[in-house]
Every structure is written in C-alpha cells, then in structure tokens.
Design a protein around this ligand. Structure first.
Ligand SMILES: *Cc1c(COP(=O)(O)O)cnc(C)c1O
Length: 376
C-alpha cells in the first residue's frame, strides 16, 4: 500500500468506510503524463473525483478541466480555474447548464447530435464546438460505447452545420473506453479524426483540435501497459495521419490521474460459511455497490485487497456489501482469496480506489452513512 496512506490509517483509527487520497501521488501522475506527451493539454475529467483538494492541486499545476455539468464547471471556477481552462465535455447538456456556462464565459462545448447543436446555437452563440465520434471500445474494461458519439459522415455534416449556424467548428473528440488496456485503440480513432479533418478542409473549414478523451488504465488485478506505450502509439499515429500539421491535442484523463492515489478502508461486518460446507466463505464489508463501489458491476473493475494477515494461509471468498439488496455482491465469479484468519471487526484495504468511488456513493441507502473522505 501507498506508505503515506498506510501511515495515516495507522495513526488515526478512522470510522469506516473511508477513502484516503494522497494528493502528492496525483501530482506525480499528472507530471508523468505531461512528461510522456508534453505537446498535449491535459483536461482532468472532473467526474473521476471532484474533491476540492484535487482541483486545487491541479490548478497549481496549470491543468485544464473536462466538466460534465454546470455544477462541475462551478466547482472548477470556485477553485480558481479560469473559464478558458474548462471544457464542457458532456454531449447531453441541459439548456439551463449551457446558459450558465455561457454566462460564465466557458468557450468550449462538445456535441454529437443536431439537437444539441441547435441548443448550442441558441444558447451559446459563437462558441467553439467539437463533435464526438463513436469509436470502438474493444479492450476497455469499462466501455462507454453506444451512448455517445456519431459516425464520421454525420460528424462532417454536423460541423458544416455548426459553421452555418455561426458557431466555431473547432475539432473532434472521442473516448476509447475507460480502463482501456490496448494502446492500439487510439490509432483507429485518430484515423477517423483525420477523415473528418480532410473532408472539412475541402469545404474551407480547417479544424484545429483533436480531443483524445480519457481511457488510460491503471493497475488493478493485472498489469497494464506503461503510459509511454500509449503516448508513443498516439504520437506515431498523429504523425502518420497528419504529417507535420498536427492539430492541438487534448487529453481528458480521469482514472489515470486519481485512481492509484486512493485507498478505501473498510471493516468486515461478517465472515460466514453459506451454502456448501466446503464452498467459499462469504465476507460482508461495510462498503458495497451502493457505498461507492459501482464499478464492481459485472466485476469489471477488480480492486486489489490487502489485510493485516497478508502472507498467512488464504481461502476462496465471495465479497459482498452491507445493504439489503441482492445485487450488492462485489465479487463472486472472480477468484478472490483472502486470509482464513479474517473475522468480523477486522479492517481490510481496497487499493486504487481514488477514481469513481466517492461520487458513486449513494446518500443513505439502508441508512448507511456515506463514506468519509480524507485528502492528505
Ligand atoms: C469519463 C470521461 C473521461 C475520463 O475517462 P477515464 O477513463 O477515467 O480517463 C474523459 N472524457 C469524457 C468525455 C468522459 O466521459
């Protein structure tokens, strides 16, 4: 476990469940990505973890921000970000949110349908807009495909339409899926972007920007490629498709920036033998699907677990959350093994839980208090 977090947990008997996030680790992650691809602008995907200490740190590092709602934009502005540092990246925006963002001088907006374009035309006249392309999410443990993006043909039409409507057709975006473990996923998406750039250039519209979205993976239960493998593949692919007129590149990492900076401390409520006498034990934690571990859905994201008995004899377990809901089972198909000694009252740590946990926590399902957060 991260030594700073481990020390903090040992020094303070905190009420569980709680999330402890190491802000220095976030700075390291940001710098590492910036170093791997210095020509790109990093727009932190605020939804991964919008906590103020994270926004504050990233502002000192001159980060940009990808916001999905007026509320996220407002958090960034309140933390001291300039409007020019924020992109309104959700393609599905309330009119009231567009109005508030436009009033606050937000310049950059995503869209992928004619209807959204019409909203932007009316409520954010003259704004810079970029069209989201639908791209393959193969290789992603947490895919986003289907719900967002459009075809290259439609994107070309929409960006032409944007120009006619007095908006500023600025570029394209895509997202290859979260926890994307295959660097090649970016190649095909960059090729699609080039198709849109070239088609519009024949109409005298010169796009300026590609937003490569997020997706960069962190290590959970298995190794993932180094960040340099992603950035090298991206650089090579940009050179291949754009030669020496590479557009402005935007990245929107969420998980990569905050995921490995967080640890959830949780208490075992019960460890019991259910079903077959020689079957796996059921271990019930005081955090589950509704306490923030939403990404255990389909057992897609598998958090490493450490305990005070690591190194001793282990046995197979099924891990479940505390609520009275049948879907509140975290890992049943995945073969988790934990020390046999573990019993009710013991604390265990779920590693790499800095992203997509705190905000997924329900407010009071079954009356359980939402997890506490500590930023150190
Ligand atoms: C969620 C999201 C991101 C961040 O994705 P990660 O996989 O966490 O890096 C970036 N851009 C958009 C548009 C998103 O919806």
């Amino acid at each position: 476990m991260n030594p700073k977090i481990s020390q903090f947990l040992n020094a303070n008997q905190l009420t569980t469940p709680c999330l402890v996030v190491d802000i220095d680790r976030i700075e390291q992650n940001y710098r590492q990505l910036h170093h791997a691809i210095p020509s790109a602008d990093i727009y932190y995907a605020v939804k991964a973890n919008p906590a103020l200490p994270i926004l504050n740190k990233l502002i000192t590092l001159n980060s940009f921000f990808d916001a999905a709602s007026w509320e996220e934009i407002h958090s960034c502005l309140s933390a001291g970000a300039k409007p020019s540092q924020i992109s309104f990246g959700n393609t599905i925006k309330k009119v009231s949110a567009i109005q508030a963002a436009y009033q606050a001088n937000i310049e950059l907006y995503a869209f992928d349908t004619l209807e959204e374009l019409q909203k932007l035309t009316q409520h954010a006249p003259g704004a810079k807009v970029y069209c989201r392309l639908a791209v393959d999410n193969m290789g992603a443990d947490w895919p986003l495909s289907g719900k967002f993006g459009t075809t290259t043909e439609h994107a070309i039409k929409l960006l032409l339409e944007a120009k006619k409507a007095g908006l500023y057709p600025y570029g394209v975006s895509f997202h290859v899926g979260s926890q994307q473990t295959d660097p090649h996923a970016y190649i095909h998406a960059i090729e699609k972007s080039a198709v849109v750039f070239n088609a519009l250039a024949t109409q005298d519209i010169y796009l300026e920007m590609i937003n490569l979205g997020g997706g960069f993976p962190i290590q959970y239960h298995k190794d993932v490629p180094e960040i340099s493998q992603f950035t090298t593949t991206i650089q090579n692919s940009l050179t291949h498709y754009f030669g020496d007129t590479i557009p402005r590149i935007i990245l929107e990492p969420g998980r990569y920036i905050v995921g490995n900076a967080g640890v959830v401390s949780t208490e075992i409520i019960q460890s019991s033998q259910r079903g077959k006498a020689n079957g796996p034990r059921w271990i019930y934690l005081d955090i589950g699907r509704f306490g923030g571990l939403a990404e255990t859905e389909g057992e897609a994201i598998r958090y490493p677990i450490t305990t005070m008995y690591d190194g001793s004899t282990t046995g197979p377990v099924i891990l479940a959350g505390p609520s009275c809901d049948g879907v509140d089972v975290l890992y049943q198909k995945t073969n988790y093994h934990l020390p046999l000694q573990l019993t009710a009252g013991d604390r265990v740590a779920l590693l790499n839980t800095g992203a997509y946990v705190s905000t997924y926590c329900s407010t009071c399902f079954n009356g359980f208090t939402p997890l506490e957060e500590y930023y150190i």
